[in-house]
Design a protein around this ligand. Structure first.
Ligand code: ZN
Length: 304
């Protein structure tokens, strides 16, 4: 009798424990879905690389969904139905043909309901005809007449150019340049050096779009002597969309056949932006520590 009672109490305690356990622990892995499949960059090599350095932190479970190749028949797209709701973050390593309308609608709904998005490099290039996407990224690789342009002047003040005024999207030759933190209190860059040396990379300029609700996190000076604009161009920014956050960095060019020694994705600053960016869009907080060997204002620092 007594043993039965003990068993009953133990079962009850276990059941209560299950009922009162928090639904999601703060340390639960964050579920990241990388979207790739078309890109004028080397997505076949960079997706596993990004997945690798995300998972190395121990904070993420990373999944990948790949679109049909460029030029595939419409029927091939029937198999591309990512279940965005199963993830906390969608990381775009995609620059290609537009997605089916259903997928676009589901993506919008995911972000509106609080889903996080992280865009890497050319991920701000596609979908010119998708208004919600342009709103989410604010500034995109578009022609000068597509929309506004937003840069900072030498005093750090925002300067807005209207559509058609000044250059459209472009970049000069790749060269190493300092990236300057503009929002020192932003959790993703908290503790970063005020500026850090980034290895040779494309420096996007003349990005165009609605540029509304832009929160510029970091910029780089686009040197006129290197076919740049003479302004401080946004390199990292975020935009709220519904309940969700969309975090974009145009750093990280990796072309086909580019030797891994020369990948700017190896920059410890870049990797900290992406890992901490994913955590922040998912939870609103950053717990991931900075790498021990962050770059400094003078010296680049590359992951092994
Ligand atoms: Zn590029």
């Amino acid at each position: 009798m007594r043993s039965q009672l003990t068993l009953f109490v133990a079962l009850l305690a276990a059941l209560l424990g299950m009922l009162t356990a928090p639904a999601a622990d703060a340390a639960d892995p964050i579920r990241v879905l990388i979207v790739d499949g078309q890109n004028n960059h080397d997505w076949e090599r960079t997706t596993p690389y990004i997945k690798g350095f995300l998972e190395e932190t121990g904070r993420f479970n990373v999944y990948v969904v790949t679109t049909p190749p460029k030029g595939a028949k419409p029927a091939a797209w029937n198999g591309f139905r990512p279940q965005f709701e199963d993830y906390d973050v969608v990381l775009s390593n995609y620059n290609g043909e537009t997605w089916p309308e259903t997928v676009r609608n589901e993506f919008e709904a995911f972000v509106k309901r609080g889903g996080g998005v992280v865009n890497v490099h050319a991920a701000n290039n596609p979908f010119p005809d998708w208004p919600a996407f342009n709103d989410m990224i604010g500034l995109a690789w578009r022609r000068a007449d597509f929309g506004d342009r937003l840069v900072l002047d030498d005093d750090g003040k925002p300067v807005r150019f209207e559509a058609g005024e000044g250059p459209g999207a472009g970049h000069g030759p790749r060269y190493p340049y300092p990236v300057v933190v503009r929002d020192r209190k932003h959790p993703v860059v908290e503790g970063f050096p005020a500026e850090w040396m980034h290895p040779a990379d494309e420096l996007y300029h003349g990005q165009r779009g609605p540029a509304l609700n832009m929160n510029i996190v970091a910029t780089a000076y686009s040197d006129s002597s290197k076919r740049g604009t003479g302004y401080h161009e946004p390199m990292v920014w975020w935009i709220p969309f519904g309940e969700g956050k969309v975090f974009t960095t145009v750093l990280g060019h990796v072309g086909r056949n580019q030797k891994q020694d020369e990948w700017p994705m190896r920059c410890q600053g870049f990797q900290a932006l992406v890992t901490r960016g994913c955590e922040w869009v998912a939870t609103g907080e950053v717990t991931l520590p900075l790498p021990e060997n962050m770059p400094t204002a003078e010296e680049v620092s590359l992951a092994p």
